[in-house]
Design a protein around this ligand. Structure first.
Ligand code: PMP
Length: 418
């Protein structure tokens, strides 16, 4: 058999043929050829513990999801203007996981498409494009979603904040700032899009009551509320199936992406009948691939595995255990300023003196951990927050192993941590 091409050669070809706006992870790029459960394997057969790929929700290449995809691919794949039970089974099963008011489903193929559609629904219902969003949010790669994503429009290459986008400051519980949204709410009608634990914001949970206050204000003015569950949904946060439930609110629209197809492009917009009726104003919403029989069959397999393997419960227990271990590690290493999050959606903020973001050490740490066989990544406004959001089959033993190596790297002589 032919040896796999060297990493350098692949990188060269990639630089030649793929758009340069797409970056590669790690200083030493990874050439991965296989996935299984919470592990990825590189071209030499080396195994990496994956602490960050929340798309592989029930585990990389889960056999039941793969089998469902293979079986349906050999039978039929076509658009949703024909009748087929799979799309209906999936829509019913999905809406059964949500509060009863959220009962109408639209299938799409990515988180960006889901939020694009949700924002169009909001414009139709509220009669304005004005949108309230969280600082440092990311909701997608389309023009419309970038316009409400400070993570994109305010950074390099972005066009700045559009006039019809209004932002709430990041609620930073570590520094005690931005916790009360009421003084930042606009006095005109807007709709509101948000995550319920802020991912690009640095794995930031919202203070209790936060969404309740903002929802009440937005609805008083005639706007609607969109919960983006692309990162946090489908049981990851442990206590609930959906992260917004932890805030005691019911959104008008929920968007679901990444984990839904376990790697297959499957996403959805679930809304109330009132929103769906108002949106159906005569212009059809058709989506060539959305909810096709293969995608729908895969989505059903994912929901089945979550239930059969009790992955939400597992996320709750394992996340609580890992949080305890990380807090013990924090006692040993003052660079760990905060451990936060819920279930298997955690953040570890690294700071120097006076809570100055430890950006360079965080970058060093994830690259060093990659050398040792752990895939991790950073986020937050200063890229100093380790985000931990592994496939939900991540075990307590994986947690022990991760902590052992984090401890080792944080103590290493000659490291760039200190
Ligand atoms: N919303 C959130 C919260 C996301 O994190 C992302 C992707 N990182 C998106 C939407 C966009 O999803 P996609 O990349 O599938 O278009």
């Amino acid at each position: 058999s032919v040896a796999p091409p060297a990493v350098e050669q692949l990188l060269g070809r990639r630089n030649h043929v793929l758009g340069p706006s797409l970056s590669v992870a790690y200083r030493m790029p990874l050439h991965v050829l296989r996935g299984a459960g919470q592990y990825l394997y590189d071209h030499t057969g080396r195994r990496y513990l994956d602490t960050v790929n929340n798309v592989a929700h029930v585990g990389h290449e889960h056999p039941k999801v793969v089998a469902a995809a293979q079986a349906q691919s050999g039978v039929l794949n076509t658009n949703s203007r024909y009748l087929h039970p799979a799309i209906l089974d999936l829509a019913e099963r999905l809406s059964a996981t949500l509060p009863p008011a959220l009962s109408v489903v639209h299938f799409v193929n990515s988180g960006s498409e889901a939020n694009e559609l949700a924002l169009r629904m909001a414009e139709t219902v509220a009669g304005t494009r004005r949108t309230l969003a969280m600082s440092m949010g990311y909701h997608g790669n389309t023009s419309r979603t970038i316009a409400v994503s400070e993570y994109k429009f305010a950074r390099r290459g972005g066009g700045g904040r559009p006039d019809d986008t209004h932002l709430l400051p990041l609620p930073d519980q570590l520094r005690g700032i931005g916790l009360d949204p009421t003084s930042h709410l606009p006095d005109h009608r807007t709709s509101f899009i948000h995550e319920s634990i802020l991912s690009c914001g640095g794995q930031l949970p919202l203070p209790p009551g936060y969404l309740r206050q903002v929802y009440a204000h937005v609805r008083r003015q005639g706007g609607i509320c969109i919960a983006d569950e692309v990162q946090t949904g489908l049981g990851r946060v442990g206590d609930h199936c959906w992260a917004f439930e932890g805030q005691g609110v019911v959104p008008d629209v929920v968007t679901i992406g990444k984990p839904f197809g376990n790697g297959h492009p499957l996403a959805a917009v679930v809304c109330t009948p009132e929103v769906a009726e108002a949106f159906a104003n005569g212009m059809e919403y058709f989506n060539t691939f959305g909810g096709n029989p293969v995608s729908a069959t895969i989505g059903l397999a994912v929901l089945n595995v979550i239930r059969e393997e009790e992955l939400q419960e597992h996320a709750r227990h394992t996340g609580a255990y890992l949080t305890t271990l990380l807090r013990q590690l924090q006692q040993e290493h003052p660079i760990i300023a905060d451990v936060r999050g819920q279930g298997l959606f955690l953040g570890v903020e690294l700071c120097g003196a006076d809570l100055a973001p430890a950006t360079a050490p965080a970058g060093y740490l994830i690259n060093r951990m990659r050398e040792l066989g752990f895939l991790m990544s950073t986020d937050g406004p200063f890229d100093n927050v380790l985000k931990i959001k592994p496939p939900l089959c991540f075990s307590a033993q994986n947690g022990d192993f991760l902590i052992e190596y984090l401890d080792r790297v944080l103590r290493e002589d000659g490291s760039q941590i200190h």
